[in-house]
Design a protein around this ligand. Structure first.
Ligand code: XIL
Length: 329
C-alpha cells in the first residue's frame, strides 16, 4: 500500500489504539460525546463507554423532553444516560435548562406574567438540577442567549424577565447543586467576534457581581475548513476571567458526498480544535455532538451537509478520529 492509501484507509477495528479518554486524561482533559439514551447498547454503547470520559444528553434533559405536559415528568432517558455514565466512570454535562427552543408547548403557548414566568423557571431549574444533585459535574444552564451581532436574543425569557433571567437562572441552579459547575453555552462564539465579545462582557459582569458562573461553553458546530483562527486566543481570554471553558458540541460538516480530500481536511479541523483546547489549562472538556454519522443532527438540519462526526455510519473511525487522537497526544 502507498503512504496515501494507508493514511486514508480506516482500519476495520481500533482495539489496539489507546482510547481517546485515556489520551485526554493524560493531558488533564475530558473528551465527551452527546448521546441518545435508547442507543446505548451494542456497538454504540461499547464505543460511548470505552472512548469517552464525558456524556451530554443530546435531547434527554431539555424541558420539552422532561415535562411535555405541565406537572407530568418523564426522566426515563435522562436517568438512563446518567446511570450509564456512572457505570462507565464518566462525567455528565447536563444540557440544558434555559433555552428558547425545544420547550413544551404548554409553556410557549401560555400567557404568563413576569412573576409567573420567573417562578416557572425557578421551579424547573430546582426540580431538574435537584434531581441529579451530585451526579452532574457541569450544567449548560443558559443556552444560546445572544444573537450573532452580540445583542440579546429576544426569547420568551428575555421578553418576560429581561436580561436578568441569566443571573437568576445561575443563582437558582447553584442553590440546587452548589457543586455543579454552571455554564453559559452558545454557538458562533468560537472566534473573537461581536457575539463572543458580548459573552465575554456578560461573564465579566457576572463574575464582578458574584453570580455563580463557572464556565463558558463554545458549541463549535463548524463548517469544513472554517475553524476560526482566533479560537485559541478566545479560549484564553475567557480563561483569563477565571472561568472554565469547554468545547461543548463539536462537529465539522461538509457538503455531501464526502471524499478523501474533505475527510483529510476534517481531520485537520478536529485536530486544530482539540489542540486549541489542550493549549489552555482551563479548557477542560472537548465534546463532540454525536460520535457517529449515524447519530448526528447535521443531515436533518443542514440539507446537503453531513459526515460531521469522527465515526462513519457503520461505527468505523474516520480520519477525524485520528485527528483527535493525535492532538491529544
Ligand atoms: C439538537 C439535537 O442534536 C437534535 O436531535 C434536535 O432535533 C435539535 O437539537 N445547539 C444545541 C443543541 O445546544 O441542543 C442542539 O441539539 C444543536 C444546536
Amino acid at each position: 500500500m502507498t503512504g496515501a492509501a494507508l493514511l486514508f484507509t480506516a482500519p476495520a477495528a481500533h482495539a489496539a489504539d489507546t482510547p481517546l479518554r485515556d489520551l485526554a486524561a493524560a493531558k488533564g482533559k475530558l473528551i465527551g460525546t452527546a448521546v441518545t439514551g435508547s442507543k446505548l447498547t451494542g456497538t454504540y454503547g461499547d464505543i460511548a463507554g470505552a472512548q469517552f470520559s464525558s456524556l451530554t444528553p443530546g435531547n434527554a434533559m431539555k424541558w420539552g423532553t422532561v415535562e411535555p405536559t405541565r406537572g407530568s415528568f418523564d426522566w426515563t432517558e435522562a436517568d438512563q444516560i446518567v446511570a450509564f455514565a456512572q457505570a462507565h466512570h464518566q462525567q455528565v454535562r447536563g444540557h440544558t435548562l434555559v433555552w428558547y427552543s425545544q420547550n413544551p408547548s404548554w409553556l410557549t403557548n401560555g400567557s404568563w406574567t413576569s412573576a409567573q414566568l420567573g417562578s416557572l423557571l425557578q421551579n424547573h431549574i430546582s426540580t431538574e438540577v435537584g434531581r441529579y444533585k451530585g451526579r452532574i459535574a457541569a450544567w449548560d444552564v443558559v443556552n444560546e442567549p445572544f444573537n450573532d451581532d452580540g445583542s440579546y436574543r429576544s426569547t420568551l425569557w428575555y421578553k418576560g424577565l429581561g436580561s436578568g433571567y441569566i443571573a437568576s437562572a445561575l443563582t437558582w441552579a447553584h442553590a440546587a447543586d452548589p457543586n455543579a459547575r454552571l455554564y453559559i453555552n452558545d454557538y458562533n462564539a468560537e472566534g473573537v467576534n461581536a457575539k463572543s465579545d458580548a459573552l465575554y462582557n456578560l461573564v465579566k459582569s457576572l463574575k464582578a457581581r458574584g453570580v455563580p458562573i463557572g464556565g463558558v461553553g463554545l458549541q463549535a458546530h463548524l463548517i469544513l475548513g472554517q475553524v476560526p483562527s482566533t479560537l485559541r486566543q478566545n479560549i484564553q481570554r475567557f480563561a483569563g476571567l477565571g472561568v472554565d471553558v469547554a468545547i461543548t458540541e463539536l462537529d465539522v460538516r461538509m457538503q455531501l458526498p464526502a471524499d478523501r480530500t474533505k475527510l483529510a481536511q476534517q481531520k485537520a479541523d478536529f485536530a486544530s480544535v482539540v489542540a486549541a483546547c489542550t493549549a489552555v489549562a482551563r479548557c477542560v472538556n472537548v465534546t463532540v455532538w454525536g460520535f457517529t454519522d449515524a447519530d448526528s443532527w447535521v443531515p436533518g438540519t443542514f440539507p446537503g451537509y453531513g459526515a460531521a462526526t469522527p465515526y462513519d455510519e457503520n461505527y468505523r473511525p474516520k480520519p477525524a478520529y485520528y485527528g483527535i487522537a493525535q492532538a491529544l497526544g
